[in-house]
Design a protein around this ligand. Structure first.
Ligand SMILES: Nc1ncnc2c1ncn2[C@@H]1O[C@H](COP(=O)(O)OP(=O)(O)O)[C@@H](O)[C@H]1O
Ligand SMILES: N[C@@H](CCC(=O)OP(=O)(O)O)C(=O)O
Length: 283
C-alpha cells in the first residue's frame, strides 16, 4: 500500500520543478543533453495540460555559456562566470522556447536577484508577474540573473531560489531534480555505508548535518543547499521532493504517487519570515 503523502501528490495544483546543471549537461563534454531537456519539457507540458500551474527553475546558464565560449576549464573568476551566464542563459532559453513551442506551450523568462527576494516592493512585483503569467497559462522559466548580480554566483545556489519561488507563488509542491536519488545519511559518493532516506517528517539538526557539498562535477551547493531549500519550502507550506533527474519521466511517476526520491513533509510555520531566514543563511 502506498503512503498517504504519496497519494496526495496527485492533487497538487501548483508545482515548482528545479533542475540542476548536473541533470542538464553531459559531464564528459560539457554539451547540453538535448534528450533530457526535451523530455523535461514534455513532462512539464503534460503536467500543464493536466490543468496544473507549472514553474520551471533551471540552472545551466554558466555551463552552457562555458561550452559556447569554448572554455576548457570551469571558469574561476566571478566576472568570467557572469559572462558565461550571459551567453548561456540566452542559448538555454532559446532551446526551452523551441521545445515548449513544439508542445504548444508559452514559456516566459524570469531572472531573479537577491533584491527580488529581500526588497518588499521587488518581491511584490515579481509575485504579481508570476500570478499574471500563470493566469495567462504560461510556464515561467526562472534562473538567477547572474550577469548583473554576483551574490547568487558567490553563494551558488538555485536550490534556495526555487524554494523562494515556491514561497512567492504559494506552490503546494517543489521538486528538485538532481544527479542523485535523494537524501542519504551521508554523501554516498564518499561513504558507501550511507543509507537512503525516503521520508522526512521534520527537518531537525541531525538531518541537516547529513547534507554535504558536492565533491566534484558540474553542480554547486550539493545537498547542503537542498536542505536549506527544504526548510524554507516546508515552512511556507509546500511539500518538497528531491529526486533523480537522470530519467525525466520520474516526474509523471512522482505525480502518479509512485515512491521516488526523498519526500519532505510540509510543516507550515505561521511565524516564518523569509527575510529573516535569508539573512540568517546568506548574510
Ligand atoms: N547526504 C547526502 N545525500 C545525497 N547527496 C549528497 C549528500 N551530501 C552531499 N551530496 C552530494 O550532492 C550532490 C548533488 O548536488 P549538486 O551536485 O549541487 O547537484 P545539482 O546540480 O542537481 O544542484 C550529489 O551528487 C552528492 O555528491
Ligand atoms: N544560475 C547558475 C546555477 C547555479 C546553481 O545553483 O547550479 P546547480 O547547483 O546546478 O543548481 C546557472 O544557471 O549556471
Amino acid at each position: 500500500m502506498r503512503e498517504h503523502y504519496r497519494e496526495e501528490i496527485k492533487d497538487k495544483k501548483r508545482i515548482v520543478v528545479k533542475v540542476g546543471t548536473s541533470s542538464l549537461i553531459h559531464p564528459e563534454t560539457g554539451g547540453l543533453d538535448l534528450i533530457k531537456v526535451e523530455r523535461l519539457v514534455r513532462e512539464l507540458s503534460d503536467l500543464h495540460n493536466q490543468g496544473r500551474d507549472v514553474i520551471l527553475v533551471t540552472s545551466g546558464a554558466i555551463g552552457v555559456g562555458r561550452k559556447a565560449a569554448g572554455l576548457k576549464e570551469k571558469p574561476d573568476r566571478v566576472s568570467l562566470k557572469q559572462a558565461c551566464a550571459a551567453i548561456g542563459q540566452a542559448r538555454l532559453m532559446m532551446i526551452y522556447q523551441k521545445f515548449f513551442a513544439e508542445y504548444n506551450q508559452v514559456a516566459a523568462q524570469i531572472l531573479m536577484t537577491r533584491n527580488t527576494m529581500l526588497n518588499q516592493k521587488n518581491r511584490r512585483h515579481a509575485q504579481d508577474t508570476f500570478e499574471e503569467l500563470l493566469e495567462l497559462g504560461a510556464i515561467p522559466v526562472v534562473n538567477a540573473n547572474d550577469s548583473i548580480s554576483t551574490f547568487e554566483i558567490l553563494h551558488g545556489d538555485n536550490d534556495t531560489l526555487s524554494a523562494i519561488v515556491a514561497s512567492l507563488v504559494e506552490a503546494d509542491l517543489l521538486i528538485l531534480l538532481s544527479d542523485i536519488d535523494g537524501l542519504y545519511t551521508d554523501n554516498p559518493s564518499l561513504n558507501p555505508e550511507a543509507e537512503f532516506i525516503p521520508y522526512v517528517k521534520e527537518l531537525d539538526g541531525n538531518l541537516k548535518s547529513m547534507g554535504k557539498d558536492a565533491v566534484s562535477g558540474l553542480g554547486t551547493g550539493g545537498m547542503t543547499t537542498k536542505l536549506i531549500a527544504a526548510e524554507l519550502a516546508t515552512s511556507v507550506g509546500a511539500d518538497m521532493l528531491i529526486a533523480n533527474g537522470a530519467d525525466m519521466s520520474v516526474l509523471h511517476r512522482i505525480m502518479d504517487g509512485q515512491p521516488y526520491g526523498t519526500f519532505f513533509q510540509a510543516n507550515k510555520d505561521e511565524q516564518f519570515d523569509l527575510k529573516t531566514f535569508l539573512e540568517a543563511h546568506f548574510s
